[in-house]
Design a protein around this ligand. Structure first.
Ligand code: PEP
Ligand code: MN
Length: 345
């Protein structure tokens, strides 16, 4: 429920509305402190109670209008915050005029390999370095990452390049460890509905990159984000990374309509990962261009110095040369839309 007060109303009038709601066990939040004060009630309330409250509150002085959210997500809703949330990262931000490109290998494989690649990506315009230290793998016998050692290598790459780092956290019990090193905590597609993990990252003061579940609807993605915001962390970046369909030509199907839909429904910034969507490196630049054209705030791609020898996801990893070509094209697409490619560093 959203309650809009009349512009210039008295503080005491706002207090009366708040206390009427509190008497019903509800905890209103301030959506806008002024000039028009707007209050929001996010708790689920029955139709009957909503009608009763509407009748009671509309009689109070200073109340101009009362609306229902109309959706099951509240804090992430554009009704709650009209302006896109801009998340500060390094010396830049995600969710502003600049489109940020995150790049790096699927997994951190070795110190030397990662540091060399990071130093090639930084001058090519990468704004954030990616890499997995804790890898979710379909087979328990595949390479599952270097763990804390991988985090240390990424932190060293940040020192050298000045670029922020994003990496996946797999378990709630690892959140504190990963947050000690990473600038952005990634929740992978397989964990989008791991509600304990979502609540754990909701209590950390670090941006979270929340990937859409491979069979999740947009509504489910928004509700997963709601778990994080409800715990107090509003720094959430939503990620479209392809969903599973009948098509076998690609690893997943990139749902490009997710970008404008999310932009419509939520104030949170939107990122597209074309690598895990396509599964084939030759498709990645075209999908990245489509993402920027559709209005994405950021793009994340996998890059490997020698993709054929990568421990994971080599087939979809760009070479640094292909990454450089992609960046030149993305710059043009962004410029056509009045945007630039931003280094978050
Ligand atoms: C990744 O980014 O390396 C990854 C495992 O992605 P996803 O969770 O989208 O499969
Ligand atoms: Mn990967």
């Amino acid at each position: 429920m959203v309650i809009g007060m009349r512009e210039g109303c008295q503080k005491g009038e706002v207090a009366l509305v708040i206390s009427a709601l509190r008497q019903r066990g509800l905890e209103p939040r301030i959506i806008s402190p002024g000039p028009q004060v707007v209050l929001g009630v996010v708790e689920e309330i029955s139709q009957a109670l909503a009608e009763e409250l509407t009748a009671q509150i509309s009689r109070l002085a200073g109340v101009e209008e009362i609306n229902r959210f109309g959706t099951s997500w509240k804090l992430v809703s554009r009704n709650f915050r009209a302006q896109t949330t801009s998340i500060k990262l390094g010396r830049g931000s995600i969710g502003g005029r600049e489109v940020v490109v995150m790049a790096g290998p699927c997994a951190v494989e070795s110190r030397q390999g990662y540091l060399e690649l990071a130093q090639r990506l930084a001058p090519l315009g990468a704004g954030v370095l990616r890499g997995g230290a804790f890898k979710p793998r379909t087979s328990p016998y595949s390479f599952r990452g270097l763990g804390e050692e991988g985090l240390k290598i990424m932190a060293e790459a940040r020192e050298i390049t000045g670029l922020p780092i994003v990496t996946e956290v797999l378990r709630a019990s690892d959140v504190e460890l990963v947050a000690r090193y990473a600038d952005v905590l990634q929740i992978g597609t397989r964990n989008m509905q791991n509600f304990a993990l979502l609540e754990a990252v909701g209590e950390v003061d670090k941006p979270v990159l929340l990937k859409r579940g491979l069979m999740a609807t947009i509504k489910e993605l928004l509700l997963s984000a709601e778990y994080i915001l409800a715990r107090g962390n509003w720094q959430v970046i939503l990620c479209e990374r392809g969903v599973r369909t009948f098509e076998t030509e690609t690893r997943n199907t990139l749902d490009i309509s997710a970008v404008p839909l999310l932009k419509q429904h939520t104030h949170l910034p939107v990122l597209v990962d074309p690598s895990h969507a396509a599964g084939k490196r030759e498709l990645v630049p075209a999908l990245a261009r489509a993402a920027v054209a559709a209005g994405a705030d950021a793009v994340m791609v996998e890059v490997h110095a020698d993709p054929e020898r990568a421990f994971s996801d080599g087939r979809q990893s760009l070479t640094p040369e292909a990454f450089a070509d992609m960046m030149a094209d993305l710059k043009k697409v962004a410029a056509a839309l009045g945007r630039g490619l931003g280094a978050a560093a």
